[in-house]
Design a protein around this ligand. Structure first.
Ligand code: NOJ
Length: 524
């Protein structure tokens, strides 16, 4: 386990939209380099960049055309290398987005594998053995290639699935995972990882990590074996490298060798979605009436809906690695869609004081809003969460010097769209509130990633929610009324507060809309 993860706080950057340094309307590596001091000052010490590789961008770069070449719109490989070096000089780690499950249909490997004549890449993707033969339960495409067969997709039509085999092959064209063709795919991915590690990157967020082996069992033992093999390579050659999975099943992903896993629940009830409400899903999937976020001041949701999902996962994995909570990501509706800045202050304070390795999505620190926009680069409903970062009032909100029509996506047109500059200048802003929590997390080891969580009071439909991290007691009350609860800790002294609260005589009293960290056992 890389030691640096213990106090890592990640910042996710969608490179298209962060900062345009050369006035062409789209973000770039140099733009990120110029904002490293901002990121450091914010309190983040690690970056996750969404795919920044050569791509036709039919899925915002998750359709990779060349794994070893950056997309020229962001800069060259050397520019990315410089970004690694400049970030490291400021104590910031950088992980890239690895997309091992599929490539773009324009990738050289795929073009070769489409050929009728067998060649080195014929087994790199999953082909059936006849142009009219379908693949039960999988999406497939036929009629596009000289090769007599149809090929499986992993996501959109532009993303043919790479071949890692079938755990239980039941057709002649299905290879077992230990087939030389499947091993070659795995080795090719390792080669890509080594390429970027050698250039200075610090690890990878892995896209659809559970999807590699088809016909896998419920435990996903096929996918696990592959990641265990990849992790062994990292352990041997790059022991500081970190792997975080998009898997959403920490028990399985951490066993597979990942250091952390996101808790995503795109379309299901309960779990993380209930914490920040609208996690995953389009506005059409989750109506505002359905809003059951724990942090709504007028009608707070039920914290036990989150805990019932989270705690068993946390308990089972606490000795294996970390759960990564997020403020949102490039696939979710922004948290600011339904939570006000005041509500977000408390939400973020909780998120960043729970164990694990947390991730902040760019712009969430100022409460950027979800915009209703037409789809861009395969974004569909996700496009509204991918708009340019809002740096300062004025032209393009400081994102770019280009004319507005040339921007990758429009900036938030609202007169009161929040910006970093304005938020930084207001003592009680969301940005400053989050910075204070992150400062505290950095300065008190008990608040870092370690598994020292205890629940002191969490009752169905009741408030406050009170938990502990080592000797710290944390009370949360998103509602508009004072609440109190017995917590079995005689007394504590507030060391950090949004709103107010007391811990006396074994009772935690929380004022309306409050979040308080108490140091146990000391007088007020
Ligand atoms: C998950 C990524 O987060 C998403 O943006 C992408 O469209 C799919 N995987 C396919 O790669």
């Amino acid at each position: 386990m890389p030691k640096w993860l213990e106090d890592a706080v990640f910042y996710e950057i969608y490179p298209q939209s962060y900062y345009d340094s050369n006035g062409d309307g789209i973000g770039d590596f140099e733009g990120i380099i110029r904002k490293l001091d901002y990121i450091k000052d914010l309190g983040c010490n690690a970056l996750w960049l969404n795919p920044c590789f050569d791509s036709p961008f039919k899925d915002a770069g998750y359709d990779v055309r060349d794994y070893k070449k950056t997309a020229s719109r962001y800069g060259s490989n050397d520019d990315l290398k410089r970004l690694f070096a400049e970030a490291h000089a400021k104590g910031i780690r950088v992980i890239l987005d690895l997309v091992p499950g599929h490539t773009s249909e324009e990738h050289f490997w795929f073009k070769e594998s489409q050929k009728a004549e067998p060649n080195e890449y014929s087994g790199r993707y999953i082909w059936t053995s006849h142009c009219f033969e379908g693949a039960d339960g999988y999406s497939f495409i036929g009629g596009e290639s000289p090769r007599n067969g149809t090929y499986l997709l992993n996501f959109f039509k532009c993303q043919p699935a790479l071949n890692y085999g079938f755990l239980k092959p039941d057709k002649p064209w299905q290879m077992p995972p230990d087939h030389p063709g499947c091993i070659a795919t795995r080795e090719a991915v390792k080669d890509v990882m080594r390429f970027w590690m050698d250039m200075g990157c610090d690890g990878f967020r892995v896209d659809m990590a559970a999807s590699l082996v088809k016909n896998d069992d419920d435990q996903k033992s096929g996918a696990q074996a592959i990641w265990q093999d990849i992790r062994a390579m990292l352990n041997a050659d790059y022991p500081e490298a970190m792997l975080v999975a998009e898997w959403s099943d920490p028990e399985r992903s951490l066993r597979a060798g990942f250091h952390a896993d996101f808790l995503l629940h795109h379309f299901t009830e309960g779990g993380y979605r209930t914490l920040l409400r609208n996690y995953g899903g389009s506005p059409g999937h989750v109506s505002l009436e359905d809003d059951r976020s724990f942090f709504k001041a007028d009608a707070p949701g039920d914290i036990t809906l989150f805990l019932n999902d989270y705690l068993p996962k946390y308990e089972k994995t606490r000795d294996m690695g970390y759960i990564s909570l997020i403020t949102g990501n490039h696939d979710t509706i922004r948290a600011g869609y339904n939570l006000s800045p005041e509500e977000l202050k408390i939400a973020y304070a909780v998120l960043f004081t729970l164990p694990g390795v947390p991730f902040l999505y760019y712009g969430d620190e100022i409460g950027m809003r979800y915009l209703d926009l037409p789809t861009k680069e395969g974004g569909y409903y996700r496009t509204g969460s991918r708009t340019p970062m809002q740096w300062s009032p004025g032209k393009n909100l400081g994102f770019s010097a280009a004319e507005a029509e040339r921007l990758y996506l429009p900036v938030d047109p609202a007169g009161d769209a929040p910006t970093v500059e304005e938020e930084a200048g207001k003592a009680d802003s969301l940005l400053n509130s989050l910075k204070a929590v992150l400062r505290l997390r950095r300065s008190i080891p008990e608040l870092n990633a370690q598994p020292n969580l205890g629940i002191l009071y969490a009752e169905k439909g009741k408030l406050p929610f009170v938990y502990r991290r080592g000797s710290l007691v944390i009370g949360v009350n998103p509602s508009g009324a004072q609440v109190r609860a017995p917590v079995n800790i005689p007394k504590g002294k507030p060391i950090h507060a949004i709103g107010g609260g007391r811990l006396e005589g074994g009772i935690c009293t929380m004022e309306a809309r409050s979040f308080v960290i108490f140091k146990e056992g000391t007088d007020r």
